[in-house]
Design a protein around this ligand. Sequence first.
Ligand code: CMC
Length: 429
Amino acid sequence: MSKNSLTVTDNRTGKTYELPIENDSVRAIDLRQIKVNSDDFGMMSYDPAYLNTASCKSTITDIDGEKGILRYRGYPIEQLAEKSTFLEVAYLLIFGELPNKDESDNWNNRIMRHTYIHESLTKILAAFRYDCHPMSTLISCVSAQSTFYPEAKEIDDPEVRLKQIWRILGKLPTLAAFAYRHRIGRPYNYPDATRGYTENFLYMLDFMNERNYEVSPVMAKALDVLFILHADHEQNCSTSVMRSVGSSQVDPFSALAAAASALYGPLHGGANERALRMLEKIGRAENIPKHIERVKKGEERLMGFGHRVYKNYDPRARIIKGIADQVFAEVEINNPLIEIAQRLEEIALSDDYFVERKLYPNVDFYSGIIYQAMRFPVDMYPVLFALPRAAGWLAQWCEMLDDPEQRISRPRQLYLGKGARDYVPMNKR
Ligand code: CMC
């Protein structure tokens, strides 16, 4: 007869244990009863880089990496990309349901009302050097905001919590645009709340007092869809950081600055920047085989390829290829990198090295080429990932805070170092 449990025999002692199975998992803490002696600490599971450890229960984002499926709150990413807007998706992620008309109007208004940043932040921005990476600037400014809004520490007060969510989603595009304009020496362009979310962002980046200035609706829409695709991706590196840092009950600005720092790395959200630099370095289609050889020898990675969870085509990459066509038609550029990217993809998808390891293009492979066509400087790409991912970080942070099973995040270790020994004075070493 089948039973929802796992029977484990400890061959050191011959003892048998029955561990309950819940959601196809066993609780790691149930292993602790497995001991050789009664004063043993008990068995732990060892899982560097969390290859097979669920750190939470979540109802936000569902990924089936084998089938290439991504859903937010049950809605397929393809439908959201086609029919929704980024702000609506942010609401869906955070509150669990699509908003009705009133909820949507109120949500959009509240966020756009919070797009102005504290003027003192511009003085912090001014202190950064002319060539500072905008992602570092963004991280620092997000963190600095906890000094402007000390009440953000009241994380258990639902009204205070919601206000910080409006503030973060509202102010992030402004900070990103100001970081960009600081670097190129242009005066800051203050937000225009009458515009849509991504339209206002593009306006803040671009507007230079031109007459009849208009943000291209094609670009605003393309960026909005890219924001939808990047909004959440369950327990990735930066989201785990958001949850982990947030579990100490710090304010959301501090936790989000930590999450953004994790995103900045080249194996995570920094991969779009690296992927584009790689395509530029390859330069010509005839250089691709040489590059592939270097990758296969382990001398470098094919940036924008591979994923911890997807062992099939990343569904976001598929949608992004569609957006790319619209953007390229709008800007009418003939970008040689597009051909290199397509050729690289063809070769990689038919090469045994990539096939055996199930390495497919991920979200970062084509997004860089689109950002380039939209004339974003390369180092803005990770910022363009961070802005929408903030919605996911905040949704996951709220879920973590409201989950009665969660406590301060604190992994165990296997200590394999020296045993106790006496201090050696300098002249005896
Ligand atoms: N190029 C060449 N080989 C690769 C790549 C790659 N991009 N990715 C993985 N491999 C190989 C790796 O060398 C290893 O081979 P072997 O078994 O012979 O040692 C095997 O595939 C498994 O790789 P892994 O490093 O154990 O896989 P992981 O799950 O730890 O890493 C990853 C996932 C995304 C960090 C990795 O695929 C990678 O470094 N990709 C390039 C960076 C990138 O595009 N990152 C963006 C990820 S998607 C956006 C996001 O969510 O951040």
